[in-house]
Design a protein around this ligand. Structure first.
Ligand code: GDP
Ligand code: MN
Length: 383
């Protein structure tokens, strides 16, 4: 999950990384108030999850609050298009921040080097432009070094790196500290990538992160619930954003047969069988292990939020999950949601007998095997 610049800066400043003062808003009047509070000389930056905002016209410097507020008003609600993102993204928030007086621009990034199975630090005195451009024109200007998984970073390693990268002497100490802070933030927040570009050096030799991009490993988001739903950009599917909030693994697939099962493998098999039977799956949804009725209900709700869903296929193999709990959840959900579409359930394993009994007399059609269930739901939804 990519964090917005303002979220990235908030996170990094907790680790001591210097960032410009500023605030985020989606209201032009508030943008003006923030700009006034910062003395009028501000930069207004579109908070969209794409690179090249500067070139796309999403970053602009001002010397008074009124102009800054006007620009914010124009920007909010507008679609920004960049070379990296030709479809563009709608701006719903802007960051209003004090202008950093920039004498030199550097590049610093922490990321995962999958081949080396190590965290990699990239450092260059050629900041400001896209790093791909530096890599092409002047590859020698990028210094790379790994973080040892057992020992972490050694001071000599960092001092050598800043020297090799031609970072000016006045900034050596600050750059060494910043890299340590970035790596600590990276480890502790389960980041996949942190990029500071530009990392600015002011005329009075202060190092400060003028831009920041942090991306968090999606599989760790259960540990970082504070971000749930905060980056639901127009590009992201609204039901997926809602699922993220609820902590449910859901992927929209665009078809008509809603699918829920427990365990990623079983859900994948359900998708395959629905495809084989001539249907198109509407979604992937893993109810998870040991699900209680309440969670099952929440899952049914999610699937039903998709207006394209014409039939629901429930595929449960009870191990830790008790089938009667699943049945209870499904029935509760149907009571409250007024579900009118056909539903087929294949229920097997722990407490399957009790589960099936609960469903008897309901409008849920039972099936003995996954294949049979897939065929039935495809037939019924076309009817
Ligand atoms: P990006 O284009 O999405 O990477 O957005 P950036 O935040 O990096 O902004 C683009 C460019 O605007 C930067 O490379 C800087 O040249 C310029 N810029 C951004 N913030 C400031 C600032 O506070 N002071 C100055 N002088 N320039 C800035
Ligand atoms: Mn940038």
């Amino acid at each position: 999950m990519k964090l917005h610049e303002y979220q990235s800066k908030e996170l990094l400043s907790k680790y001591g990384v210097p960032v410009p003062a500023g605030d985020v808003t989606s209201d032009p009047a508030e943008a003006r108030a923030i700009a006034e509070r910062l003395g009028g000389k501000v930069v207004v930056k579109a908070q969209v999850l794409m690179g090249g905002r500067g070139k796309a016209g999403g970053v602009k410097l001002f010397d008074n609050a009124a102009d800054a507020a006007n620009f914010a008003k124009d920007l909010i609600g507008k679609r920004l298009i960049s070379i990296q993102n030709p479809d563009g993204m709608i701006v719903d928030k802007v960051l209003v921040a004090e202008i950093v007086d920039i004498a030199k621009e550097f590049y610093v990034a922490v990321l995962l080097d999958r081949a080396a199975q190590r965290v990699l630090v990239m450092l260059s005195a050629e900041g400001g432009m896209e790093i791909e451009e530096v890599a092409e024109k002047n590859p020698g200007a990028i210094v790379r070094f790994h973080v040892d998984p057992a020992w972490g970073l050694a001071d000599y390693q960092l001092r050598q790196a800043v020297k090799d990268a031609n970072i000016p002497k006045e900034a050596h100490g600050q750059m060494v500290s910043m890299i340590k802070q970035l790596v600590k933030a990276y480890m502790e927040s389960d980041a996949e990538m942190i990029e500071i570009n530009p990392c600015a050096l002011t005329p009075d030799n202060k190092l400060i992160a003028a831009d920041a991009k942090v991306s968090i490993d999606d599989n760790s988001l259960f540990r970082h619930r504070e971000y749930a739903g905060t980056t639901s950009d127009s590009a992201e599917h609204p039901i997926e954003a809602e699922a993220l909030k609820r902590g449910i693994a859901y992927v929209n697939l665009g078809g008509e047969i809603g699918i829920m099962g427990n365990g990623a493998g079983l859900v994948m098999q359900s998708l395959d069988e629905v495809n084989a039977a001539g249907g198109r799956p509407a979604n992937f949804l893993d109810v998870g292990g040991g699900a209680q009725a309440e969670r099952v209900k929440s899952c049914v709700e999610l699937v039903m939020m998709d207006p394209h869903v014409k039939g629901l296929f429930i595929n449960i193999f009870g191990g830790i999950t008790r089938c009667d709990e699943v049945a209870k959840g499904v029935l509760q959900a149907f009571d409250e949601l007024d579900v009118r579409i056909p539903v087929v359930a294949r229920i097997e394993g722990t407490a399957a007998e009790e589960g099936r009994k609960l469903l008897e007399g309901s409008r849920i059609v039972p099936a003995a095997t996954v294949q049979e269930a897939a065929k039935k739901i495809v037939e019924l939804s076309h009817a």
